[in-house]
Design a protein around this ligand. Structure first.
Ligand SMILES: [Zn+2]
Length: 158
């Protein structure tokens, strides 16, 4: 009798532990950059890098109080020779309704909103993004991202 009670108590404890784990996973949506912590540990960084920047297709972007919203054409930039290039570093957060720079967020490399809280200045976004793309800290983050990707791939293969 005594033993049976102890067993059932153990089962309850296990169930509680499982619920806590599930809640943690829900709060940390790997597909939504807006839910990630400001400073990430290496394990989480590796997990994110393996998945790469996620863009959810077919998303309806909400309008702000001025009737403005994120426009998908910001994902691309037109070069002077009219070539269209994908801004792969740009990621939209559905939960925050803001955009982030993927490498600057991962490496916590600056205090600008695009790496911390995300940007929702839709009116000026087409000016902000090219400036960010040329900024020294952004270029360094892009290099770090490439280096880390290569390192992770090597350690996978060994
Ligand atoms: Zn950046």
């Amino acid at each position: 009798m005594q033993q049976h009670r102890e067993q059932s108590f153990e089962t309850d404890a296990d169930t509680k532990q499982e619920i806590i784990t599930v809640e943690t996973v829900l709060a940390w949506d790997i597909d939504d950059i807006g839910t990630w912590l400001q400073s990430l540990n290496n394990e989480f960084r590796a997990l994110i890098l393996e998945r790469g920047p996620v863009r959810i297709k077919g998303l309806e972007y909400p309008k702000d109080i001025r009737g403005r919203k994120f426009a998908k054409n910001n994902y691309y930039k037109r070069l002077s020779n009219s070539e269209i290039v994908n801004r792969q570093w740009l990621v939209y957060s559905k939960c925050k309704d803001t955009v982030f720079c993927f490498p600057c967020k991962i490496f916590n490399s600056c205090n600008f909103k695009i790496a911390t809280m995300g940007i929702n200045d839709w009116k000026n976004l087409s000016h902000i993004l090219p400036q960010h793309g040329k900024a020294q800290h952004h270029i360094e983050s892009m290099h770090k991202l490439c280096e880390l990707s290569v390192r992770l791939k090597k350690s996978d293969n060994s």
